[in-house]
Every structure is written in C-alpha cells, then in structure tokens.
Design a protein around this ligand. Structure first.
Ligand code: B12
Ligand code: SF4
Ligand code: SF4
Length: 395
C-alpha cells in the first residue's frame, strides 16, 4: 500500500460525504479501557442489552471480529442540524431527525467497500464494516486515530464538529498507515483515556437529570434517559419518569451543555436525509396518533423501531411531566381525554403509563376519570400502577 493510494482512498470517502476519514491500528483495546468496560458490564451498566455481554471478548479485540485484521478505517458524519426548529427542540434526540442513520450510512459504507476492492484489489472477505451495531468500540477506535477524544460525558468529541458525529468503521486486512491520536491536553486524563480536553469542566455530569454518568466517561444505561426511552421495551421505572421531563426519544442533555459544541457547523448532509417534519408535532398530535399514522409519519426514521406502543408509552410519561403544573383549561382537558382513551388501549404497556400520567396530572379527579378503565383492567402490571397511584395519592 502506498501513501498516495491511502490518501486517494481518503479523498474518495470525503467525496462520498464522510466528514472524517481516519486510519487506526487494529490492536486490542488497551488494558485500562478493557478493564473499565468489564467493570461496567459486571455492574449491569448495559441493562438488558445482553448482546453487549455476549460479544464481550470481541469488543475488546478487533482480531476476534475479523481474523488477520491490520487496520481500521474510522469514519465520522456530522449531523448537527441546519434548522433552528431542529436545534432548539428538546423532545427528540437530534440524531433521530434523519432517515435512520444505520440505513443511510450502511449504503455509504457499501460504496466505501467497493473503493477498497477497486483501488487495492481487496476481496469482499478482506473487510467488514459496521455502523453502531457491530461488536466494536467505535468511540475508542476514533480516539485512537485522533478523530477526537472521549469526554466526561462518554461521547467522542471532535474539536471541529463537537459532539455531533455519527461513527462507523471498516475493519480491513489491508495495512494503512495509522493517523496519530490527538496530542496535548491533561496528561493524567490522557493516560486514563477520558476527559483529556475537558479541563476542570464537569457540566455534563452536573446536567444529567438522572445521575447516569456514574464516573467520568461512563454512562450506566439503566439510569440513562436515552436507554429508557429507546432501548428499554418494557416499563420505565417509576422513579425515573419525572426526570425524563419532555424527552420523547433519546436525550441530548449531556451533549448540548458541552462547550466543545461551539465549533459545530451544519454538516454537508450528503449521506444523511433530513426528517425534521415531526419535530413540530404537538403532544396532543402524538397522544391521539393511530398506529397507522405512526407508521406513516415515522417511516424510515429510527423512531419506527420503537413501534406505536413504545412512543405512546414515552408520550404518556412526557404528558405526565409537562401537564402536571399547567393551568386548568381546554388544553389540559384534551390531554387528559387522550390519556384516558390510552388507559383503555389494547396495549398493556401504554395503559400502565397512561394511568400514571392521569394520576400525575389530574390530582383528585384521577380516580373518577379512570373508573371505567379500572373496572375492565385485568393485567397485573397495569393494576400495579393503579394500586401504587391510589396508595401514593397523586404524586
Ligand atoms: C450501548 C450504546 C449506548 C447505550 C449505553 C451508553 C454507553 N455508556 O455506552 C445507550 C443506549 C445508553 C446509548 C446512549 C447514547 N448513544 Co450510544 N451507543 C452504544 C454502542 C452500541 C456501544 C457503546 C459501548 O460499547 N459502550 C460501553 C462503554 C463502556 O464503551 P464506550 O462508551 O465506547 O467507552 C469505552 C471505549 O471507548 C474505550 N476507550 C476510551 N478511550 C480509548 C482510547 C483507546 C486508544 C482505546 C483503544 C479505547 C478507548 O474505553 C471506554 C471504557 O471501556 C455505540 C456503538 C458502538 N458499537 O460503539 C453507540 C454510540 C456510542 N452511541 C451514540 C450516540 C449518538 C448515543 C446518544 C447520544 C443517543 C441519544 N441522543 O440519545 C446517547 C448518549 C449517551 C452517552 N452520553 O453516552 C454514538 C456516539 C457518537 C459519538 N460521537 O460519540 C455511537 C458511537 C453510535 C454511532 N455509531 O454513532 N448508547
Ligand atoms: S443522555 Fe441524558 S440521561 Fe443519559 S447520561 Fe446524558 S444527560 Fe444523562
Ligand atoms: S461538558 Fe465539559 S466535562 Fe463534559 S464532555 Fe464537555 S468539556 Fe468535558
């Protein structure tokens, strides 16, 4: 492999729309990080994402993912949105305002693979690409080749794009010259691998409403709003619901507060496809959405994976939070009507969270409003919500 060939390949990928293209060595994850990952798994930091546990050994050694791997091409795509409405809203994680990046980036990665074959004569078995779902630690790999550093919020932070990069990588048996990691910053943090350019800042840790950043750089999924509103397919723990506030899907709080975002600029978005339309839906629009409309509105977005029941669950939690202290009036009544209708829905998960929300909002009137639903209810997990609400009063 010549240096010129490598640079031409890098240029190919920039032209495809990747905003960062770097090359990392394929060595196993250094002991300090592997150990921290292990401790995180052992204390249940991954919640019920059992696939993380199952691929534990692979994640710390790219050689177990692709035998004979020599280099890893690490790619970044800037997703900082270009419209004020998308930037300002807090209900949807910004990454969700696009066509599902797993799909769009996978297509671009396929084209990148074709370049490897054309330029270097690689066989299709000589490389393997992943975006998000592969058994590799994308953030650590990106830190390794200077794409950025891992902040105390756990994110891979780029000094040019801030917190707003999607990451992907191509494991390959080809031998590329590695790009060096970033230099400078705090030497103690550099040795630890976390917070190297954070200085004394701890805004992300302080801003997290659920204290999910249990140590610098480590986010425990069971406490994280992103996990609870996206990955968890079951009941959201009652004690976490108030802290979710108005977040319907994912959470950007510890990203939004980071001062490194001052360098973020709207990306080229050649690979991404905007889907900002649903950022303007009101709470009532959501609570009264049918499963058919859900499929239409969220087609091709990451939200479709939540399914109607998951989004309604989250919308009930948000309604319970944002309408609790709203003045009495027509708007609050329509939210309550929608929630009472959901408390009679065919999905027990939705009914459970709707009951919670009605009790949270309607104070003394909840029992009356839910009387008919309560009479019909037989699912123990929903009955538990009634029992709790009636015992705890309306809190
Ligand atoms: C599981 C997961 C989650 C879980 C758990 C979060 C977590 N703590 O990992 C949940 C569902 C909560 C989650 C949430 C989010 N996620 Co997520 N998630 C992942 C996933 C699939 C695995 C991450 C993982 O291995 N976690 C285990 C921890 C221990 O590993 P780690 O954070 O990577 O840190 C280790 C290594 O980086 C290593 N390391 C550190 N420095 C160095 C240096 C060197 C040289 C080496 C070798 C290693 C190394 O040490 C760390 C400790 O062991 C990755 C995709 C992937 N395959 O990597 C996306 C990923 C991390 N998520 C992503 C995003 C965007 C998010 C959210 C912002 C989504 C949202 N808005 O709601 C939030 C942010 C939460 C946060 N502050 O971290 C992006 C992050 C992009 C970036 N710029 O960092 C990724 C990379 C997906 C992608 N392809 O773009 N996520
Ligand atoms: S994504 Fe939200 S809940 Fe998760 S660690 Fe960051 S601020 Fe906390
Ligand atoms: S908010 Fe501060 S501490 Fe957190 S990642 Fe950004 S610079 Fe580091």
């Amino acid at each position: 492999m010549t240096r010129d060939g490598q640079e031409l390949f890098r240029a190919d990928l920039f032209r495809e729309g990747f905003d960062e293209v770097r090359f990392a060595p394929a060595a196993a994850v250094p002991q300090v990080h592997a150990q921290r990952f292990s401790q995180w798994l052992d204390r249940g930091g991954h919640a019920d994402m059992a696939w993380m546990e199952r691929t534990r050994d692979k994640r710390v050694d790219p050689g177990r993912v692709l035998s004979g791997v020599r280099s890893i091409v690490v790619l970044g795509v800037n997703y900082w949105p270009d419209r004020e409405v998308a930037r300002r809203q807090k209900t949807w994680a910004k990454y969700a305002l696009y066509r599902d990046y797993h799909d769009t980036m996978e297509k671009a990665l396929k084209r990148a693979g074709a370049f490897l074959e054309q330029r270097f004569g690689a066989a299709s078995s000589d490389y393997r690409y992943y975006v998000d779902t592969g058994p590799v630690m994308e953030r650590g790999l990106a830190a390794r080749c200077g794409l950025g550093f891992q902040g105390k919020n756990g994110m891979l932070i780029s000094r040019t794009h801030g917190n707003w990069l999607f990451l992907a990588c191509i494991l390959t048996r080809l031998d590329f010259v590695p790009d060096p990691p970033l230099k400078g910053g705090n030497p103690i943090a550099a040795a630890e691998g976390v917070g190297r350019f954070c200085g004394t800042c701890r805004r992300c840790i302080d801003a997290c409403p659920t204290d999910a950043i249990t140590e610098p750089g480590m986010v425990d999924a069971p406490l994280c709003i992103s996990y609870q509103t996206i990955e968890n397919k079951d009941v959201i723990p009652r004690e976490l619901r108030p802290s979710i506030g108005e977040r319907l899907f994912g959470c950007d709080i510890c990203l939004d507060v980071c001062p490194w975002n001052r360098f973020a600029r709207t990306g080229r978005q050649w690979i991404l496809e905007q889907r900002y339309h649903f950022a303007e839906l009101t709470l009532i629009d959501l609570l009264t959405m049918t499963p058919e409309t859900f499929s239409e509105v969220f087609r091709q977005t990451p939200i479709k994976r939540l399914k109607w029941r998951g989004l309604m669950r989250n919308a009930c939690v948000v309604a319970g939070n944002v309408c609790r202290d709203r003045e009495e009036g027509a708007e609050k009544e329509s939210v309550l009507d929608a929630l009472v209708a959901l408390a009679g829905s065919g999905e027990w998960l939705v009914r459970a969270h709707a009951v919670w929300a009605v009790y949270r909002i309607a104070h003394g009137r909840a029992r009356d409003r839910l009387r008919a639903c309560r009479r019909r209810e037989s699912e123990p997990r929903v009955l538990r919500e009634y029992a709790w609400a009636e015992e705890a009063g309306d809190s």
